[in-house]
Design a protein around this ligand. Structure first.
Ligand SMILES: [Zn+2]
Length: 452
């Protein structure tokens, strides 16, 4: 119903429901019914994917001969003019008007059930009690939905202005092609959403759109054979992070996303991958799992993004407090201060120790060895005090998100950020000398699960 309202606004190029006039409604009826009378819409889309056998929109194949824009418009107007029955229950959607005397099924309202197939009905009863105005609105849903990978995508949002932005393209496509939008040929709903969000944040400076935003994707198909729906809720901190990343460090964000495909795409293949393939970074963000390992590229010993983006992610999404983060960064800097005194080949070997630490005792050993090294190099201050050492190893140990592995990722990030060039030089030299200093592709999976 909200999507239908968005369609009415977009058709009339208006921004809020209060601005809609009676003429606007008439214009929308005219716009929709002309399209709905076309075969591509009627049998290919409305009947096949959203409202099977719709009588109101005359998508029922048996109505093909009588189907005209005028007849469809008449049905739509009929809903607006339908008298209220004071004895009927209150509408389950708006709660304002009495519902139609007869319950509504999926031929007229997407995703609810039908006689023998009870999909979704409140209170497990037969049919949906909906008023004729809500039913009217939902008839405009096909105009703003996207066709993605053989299904229909609707992105429901709070605030509703965000929904207008996310669905504007669908209606623009309809105006241009007289066909439902195919979402630029994206095959996966979450990839399309993340792509749109990136564009939108770069385009608009309106932070209020994200501050408390909430987005739920309804990805469905309703037909006579195998109706199905997937509901994807996008966590609010994740939205804020995407908005921040796209604006503050778009290149870094792109590198992080590229790590989410097993086979990394070449620069020019990125968009193709983005349109077509499932991405582990997106999946983890939506499942509220950590994407910290993707901030570093162990194979190329590189930090993928700016420290500021990592810091934003840790505090806004993982909930790591700022002080802890600064402390870890400080420890990272002290590690760098020590390591940079070493010749390239030794530097590389020390970093490898940290990279390969898969068990807590190995992680500990790295620090103990580094402390010894500092003494040998004659660096005055110790790497860490005993209390700091204990903090790094254990304080975050019990927290699911902030384990020693988290600390390890953050430290590696800092080391790569500062020493990338020297580390790569070391590997090249080792390669030329034919030494067995191979950089194994331990990749993300080799770094162990973040949750452990
Ligand atoms: Zn209603």
């Amino acid at each position: 119903m909200d999507a239908g309202l968005v369609a009415l606004l977009l058709i009339n190029r208006k921004n809020s429901p209060e601005e809609l006039t009676e003429e606007d409604i008439e214009k929308a009826i005219d716009f929709a019914s002309k399209l709905y009378a076309r075969k591509e819409w009627s049998s290919g889309y409305i009947h096949a994917m959203m409202l099977p056998n719709s009588g109101i929109l005359m998508a029922n194949p048996s109505m093909a001969k009588k189907r005209t824009p005028e007849a469809i418009a008449k049905n739509l107007r009929g809903l607006l003019e339908e008298p209220e029955d004071p004895n009927a229950p209150i509408c389950e959607i708006c709660g304002r008007r009495h519902s139609r005397p007869k319950p509504v099924y999926r031929s007229d309202f997407p995703l609810v059930g039908t006689g023998g197939v009870p999909n979704y009905f409140p209170s497990a009863k037969d049919g949906l009690n909906v008023c004729s105005h809500c039913l009217f609105l939902v008839q405009f849903l096909p105009l703003v939905a996207y066709k993605v990978g053989g299904r229909v995508l609707v992105m429901h949002t709070y605030p509703y202005e965000l929904m207008l932005e996310l669905h504007r393209e669908a209606l623009n496509d309809v105006r241009k092609n007289f066909l439902a939008s195919n979402a630029r040929d994206f095959k996966r709903p979450e990839n399309f959403l993340f792509h749109l969000l990136g564009e939108l944040t770069r385009k608009t400076e309106r932070d209020d759109l994200w501050a408390n935003a909430s987005i739920t994707l309804y990805y469905f198909v309703v037909n006579n054979k195998s109706p199905d729906v997937t509901i994807i809720h996008v966590p609010t901190p994740v939205l804020r992070f995407i908005a921040h990343a796209s604006r503050e460090d778009p290149k870094g964000w792109k590198r992080i996303v590229a790590m989410g495909w097993r086979k990394r795409p070449a620069e020019e293949e990125f968009e193709k991958y983005e349109r077509s393939y499932a991405n582990e970074v997106y999946a983890r963000l939506l499942a509220e799992e950590s994407i910290l390992p993707y901030f570093i590229d162990v194979k190329n010993r590189r930090a993928n993004a700016k420290w500021s983006l990592l810091s934003f992610y840790c505090s806004e999404v993982l909930g790591l407090d700022k002080e802890a983060l600064e402390f870890i960064r400080d420890v990272g800097d002290r590690i760098v201060e020590t390591l940079e005194k070493l010749p390239d080949n030794q530097l590389s070997r020390r970093v490898r120790e940290l990279e390969k630490a898969e068990k807590l005792y190995q992680f500990e050993a790295f620090f103990v060895n580094l402390e010894k090294l500092r003494q040998r190099l004659g660096i005055e201050k110790p790497l860490m005090t005993f209390d700091e050492f204990a903090t790094v190893l254990t304080s975050y140990g019990e927290d699911l998100n902030v384990s020693w592995r988290t600390v390890k990722h953050l430290l590696l990030f800092r080391v790569y950020e500062k020493l990338h060039d020297r580390l790569m030089k070391a590997s090249e030299e080792a390669e030329e000398a034919g030494e067995a200093e191979e950089i194994e592709d331990v990749g993300i999976y080799g770094l162990g699960e973040v949750e452990e």
